[in-house]
Design a protein around this ligand. Structure first.
Ligand code: DOR
Ligand code: ZN
Length: 429
């Protein structure tokens, strides 16, 4: 049956749409967009007071399957994605076995088709076993549907290795996504190196440990002509380096997480909250401010979560022994609405660019547009609803949110993937 979505405020800068219109879904596509649509026999949903935008895509998510299902699996991770308003996620390859060949890519895809609550776009490792020693089966992975290459969780330590990966792999036209961390310089760094790490007697993770590899990777992208995407950028100077790379014509883009924008090292205290232990670490107030500005002014291309679920017992260990990472799928949209959109610092249109248009562009996915003929991957949110993170638990198997207890305004209410509803009135379908 056709589904008529009425009275939503539709925002899609790619078709210059910003106003109240109706959207008719027929099958997996948008059949019609227009004012006062009336269709006999269609199921009607009134979305007055809500926004409707092209489906959000999170291009940096750890679904943990295969291998670490105790932390999260494809079913629970994509359920968290739907709850957060996403119609698709790019899955990171630091699984067990590592996603470094076509068979694992195929497994992730088939599992997602079976149990997923959103689309899953697998990324493949750049190097075998994420060891940085030998190239992965890049062609095989692309043939099976990998959308990008990354050793996320680690950076490729050898510049020569990265160059070989890019020189060989660029023929597939996919983006190379860099987790920038010089392991020799960072060592066992736990949190940002500075006054807070000194006060809390935790080993420092210096900003330069990230910035060195951002600069290096941009040089290697220039050398090879490969497409580079800097993952979870966290420092003001790192952003300056990316800005300069873009100005020089290098094919480089970058992403930022809500936790690097809306939390800082100053949120760490003597309680040693391990949910705030992330890689790269929470930085200074000045860094977070620069990242927020970069998001607004366009230097940052994409907002991602780096959704990194871990078990309660892993996160209950001593700070030095707890793993890096926090979950983010269920709070990302709400945080961006609360901190940037509702405060008037950024438009809904810019948010759509950052969370729907650019991620698809960088990953080489077909765009979703709110116009007749487009695939009906759509996100609907209520900008006014107020809720507290964690009060009703999480759809994710994990609970390691650094934002637990924060009151947010705005939340996804309805999500459609290929015309099929995955979230209805805030409930998983
Ligand atoms: O905090 C993080 N957690 N950063 C990463 O790069 C990896 C991720 C994980 O896999 O847990
Ligand atoms: Zn990473």
């Amino acid at each position: 049956m056709a589904l008529l979505l009425k009275n939503a405020h539709v925002v899609d800068p790619s078709v210059e749409l910003d106003g109240v219109v109706d959207v008719l879904i027929g099958g997996d596509k948008i059949a019609e967009v227009g004012e006062n649509l009336a269709v006999e026999g269609a199921e009607v949903r009134d979305l007055s007071g809500k926004y409707l935008v092209p489906g959000l895509v999170d291009m940096h998510v750890h679904l943990r399957e295969p291998g670490y299902e105790v932390k999260e699996d494809i079913e629970s991770g994509t359920r968290a994605a739907a709850k957060g308003g996403f119609t698709g996620v790019c899955a990171m390859p630091n699984t067990d076995p590592v996603t470094d060949n076509g068979t694992v890519v195929e497994f992730v895809k088939s599992r997602a088709a079976e149990v997923g609550h959103c689309r899953v776009y697998p990324s493949g490792a750049m190097t075998r076993g994420l060891k940085g020693e030998a190239m992965s089966e890049m062609g095989d992975m692309v043939a099976h549907g990998a959308v990008a290459f990354t050793d996320d969780g680690r950076g490729v330590q050898g510049a020569g290795m990265l160059r070989r990966c890019m020189d060989y792999g660029k023929m597939f036209g996919k983006v190379f996504m860099s987790h920038c961390q010089d392991e020799d310089l960072v060592g066992h760094g736990q949190i940002n190196e500075g006054k807070v790490s000194t006060r809390l007697a935790l080993e420092g993770w210096p900003a330069a440990g990230e910035e060195l590899q951002i600069a290096r990777d941009i040089e290697i992208a220039k050398l090879t002509g490969a497409k580079l995407h800097i993952q979870h950028i966290s420092t003001a100077h790192g952003l300056e380096i990316v800005r300069a790379g873009k100005a020089a014509g290098v094919r480089v883009t970058c992403e930022a997480t809500p936790h690097h924008m809306f939390l800082t090292e100053n949120d760490l205290d003597e309680t040693y909250n391990t949910s705030l232990k992330v890689n790269p670490p929470l930085r200074t107030d000045e860094d977070a401010e620069a990242i927020r500005q970069g998001v607004i002014d366009g230097t940052v291309d994409v907002i991602v979560t780096d959704h990194a679920p871990h078990t309660p017992w892993e996160k209950a260990r001593e700070f030095e022994l707890a793993p890096f990472g926090m979950i983010g799928l269920e709070t990302s949209l709400s945080l961006v609405l609360t901190e940037l959109v509702n405060t008037g610092k950024m438009s809904v249109g810019r948010m759509v660019e950052l969370m729907a248009i650019k991620p698809r562009e960088i990953l080489g996915l077909d765009q979703v547009q709110v116009k007749a003929g487009s695939v009906a991957d759509l996100t609907v949110f209520d900008p006014t609803v107020t809720w507290t993170v964690g009060e009703d638990g999480y759809e994710s198997r994990a609970e390691n949110s650094g934002f637990a207890g924060r009151t947010l305004t705005g939340r996804a209410t309805d999500v459609f993937v290929g015309g099929k509803q995955t979230l209805a009135d805030g409930c998983i379908c």
